[in-house]
Design a protein around this ligand. Structure first.
Ligand code: COA
Length: 332
């Protein structure tokens, strides 16, 4: 069986920076509250008319392709993870394919929210390992600032989420014990409503009503305490699962890239595994939680900083809405 290597990483974030202090203008919050609870100092908001989920994905993908040193026409398949697609349907994968002028290859959208990149990595790995495809483009991209509300009513979500995109190029390799060593995916739908955006959905005859506009039910909802409690337990468990599956120990990890949900969650996991600061990558301070884009943006920045050179063991893990969670161990 083949193995799957990550041969290129890229990212793009919109230019508009929104600091915590700026949010204070719109809601009762403070830089110190947001920093203490989440670690976030600023986030990026998209520019209408310039950035869309697909277009940001294209920019990240072009960077990943250029760094991989491949011709974009070598790509056999597209996987696009997002909870904030350009359209209700079709998915953003086909828009990216059109915008990049790629061949008429398949384009699959993944909707597992914050775990979208890990799910996408796993799907790509199965296609490549079995020989079905040789080169896959995996993108995570989010435009979340247009469904949060900068008000007291929207405060719990508004301070956490941001926009951006990340991408990786995955390629078949014949070298054993390299590339993606394993992926581990989980979900528990009994908590579906604890972090969700209910409307517009298909449960009502009328998808959007004037009531929904007024009562705030078009806004996403999060039970922050519940999410926090499940996140810390499941992040830890799914990282342990990955290590055990490969008979590795925590100190074998060269770099842990947790989904950038909340700095306190990352610090808790770091402590559970006894990892030093330099082995845990965090950039939530600059971008907030960019959902499916957070791990590939972090991967790309870690690569730029020389942290994921050849032979390094990188562990990625995510938890989010669904609840869904997962991990991946990759030997670069
Ligand atoms: N700014 C200022 N104060 C705020 C606030 C904000 N943005 N949001 C809530 N508060 C206030 C509340 O009104 C409450 O005040 P009170 O004690 O006077 O009633 C107080 O802060 C505590 O609120 P609570 O909701 O219990 O805060 P918390 O300590 O649980 O922190 C989160 C909220 C969202 C930061 C925290 O629950 C969390 O990090 N959850 C995980 C979220 C996450 O990771 N989501 C992404 C998953 S992929």
């Amino acid at each position: 069986m083949y193995s799957t290597q990550i041969i290129g990483v890229g990212h793009y974030v919109p230019e508009t920076i929104i600091t915590n202090t700026e949010l204070e203008k719109y809601m009762d919050t403070s830089d110190s509250w947001i920093t203490e609870r989440t670690g976030i100092k600023e986030r990026r908001f998209f520019t209408e008319g310039k950035d869309t989920t697909a277009k940001m994905g294209v920019k990240a993908a072009n960077m990943a392709i250029q760094r991989a040193g491949i011709d974009k026409m070598d790509i056999d398949f597209i996987i696009f993870a997002t909870l904030s697609p350009d359209y209700y349907f079709p998915g953003s994968g086909v828009l990216l394919q059109r915008e990049m002028g790629l061949r008429h290859i398949g384009a699959l959208d993944i909707r597992t929210q914050c775990s979208g990149f890990i799910y996408g990595l796993s799907v790509a790995d199965q296609f490549i390992k079995t020989g079905m495809y040789k080169t896959i483009l995996l993108v995570g991209s989010e435009t979340q600032s247009n469904f949060i509300e900068l008000s007291n009513r929207g405060r719990s979500m508004a301070v956490i989420f941001g926009d951006g995109a990340g991408a990786v190029v995955l390629q078949r390799s014949e070298q054993p014990n390299q590339g993606i060593l394993s992926t581990h995916l989980h979900a528990d739908g009994s908590y579906a409503e604890e972090l969700m955006c209910q409307h517009p959905g298909t449960q009502r005859k009328q998808r959007i009503t004037p009531d929904m506009l007024n009562d705030g039910s078009l806004l996403p909802y999060m039970n922050g305490n519940m999410v926090f409690k499940h996140a810390v337990v499941n992040f830890e468990a799914v990282i342990r699962e990955a290590l055990e599956a490969n008979q590795l120990q925590p100190d074998n990890i060269d770099l842990l890239i947790p989904h950038q949900a909340n700095l306190r969650i990352s610090q808790y996991i770091q402590k559970q595994f006894g990892l030093p600061d330099e082995k845990v990558f965090n950039n939530i301070q600059k971008y907030g939680n960019t959902t499916a884009a957070s791990i590939p943006i972090a991967l790309s920045e870690a690569w730029e900083q020389g942290l994921i050179g050849r032979g390094k063991l990188v562990c990625m893990a995510a938890f989010g809405s669904g609840f869904t969670w997962g991990s991946a161990l990759v030997r670069f």
